[in-house]
Write a protein that binds this ligand. Structure first.
Ligand SMILES: [Zn+2]
Length: 168
């Protein structure tokens, strides 16, 4: 095997044996305030910043008679749902696996393409097989619920109506 490793189009390395490439994401901040920029943690009553304060210092009252204090405005931090994303090559198994970890950081959803050995006693000898995460899989990374062909909702089943912003 010989493979080039490129980051944003620039070759940074070449690989000549089995390799595991992994991006790991900082996932300790899931919510941030769009008004003051503070990292937020979800509480039973709303969202607090890292000083435990639920009032936002950048809160703008709606009008002259409105309260001059108000809550933070939470938004989800982009890509905070991902623990890691990776590529693993395995020459012995003639397989490449892509992985995406969204739940327990020790595991991941995996997509694998593997070639059946030419000497296999099978009509599939020499053919490529694609293995995908699917509902009903034993020990799944996270439960999957079909939405459309090829698209799944991860975790809980899809609600019938849009809910308020809450942790996944
Ligand atoms: Zn704020």
């Amino acid at each position: 095997m010989f493979a080039g490793l490129a980051v944003d189009g620039t070759t940074v390395n070449s690989l000549d044996e089995d390799s595991t490439i992994e991006l790991t994401f900082a996932t300790d901040t899931e919510f941030r305030c769009t008004a003051c920029g503070a990292d937020l943690v979800e509480t039973p009553g709303g969202f607090d910043d890292d000083t435990g304060e639920s009032d936002c210092p950048a809160y703008l009252p709606d009008g002259p008679d409105a309260d001059d204090t108000g809550p933070h405005t939470p938004e989800r931090v982009a890509l905070a749902w991902c623990n890691s994303a990776g590529i693993r090559t395995d020459e012995t198994d003639d397989a490449i696996t892509l992985s995406l970890s969204t739940g327990d950081p020790r595991g991941a959803f995996t997509i694998t393409i593997r070639r059946v050995p030419d000497d296999a006693d099978s009509p599939l000898a020499g053919r490529l097989l694609l293995h995908l995460p699917h509902p009903g899989e034993p020990t799944p990374h996270e439960p999957l619920h079909p939405l459309h062909p090829g698209t799944f909702v991860i975790g809980r089943p899809a609600p019938t109506r849009r809910g308020h912003l809450t942790a996944a």
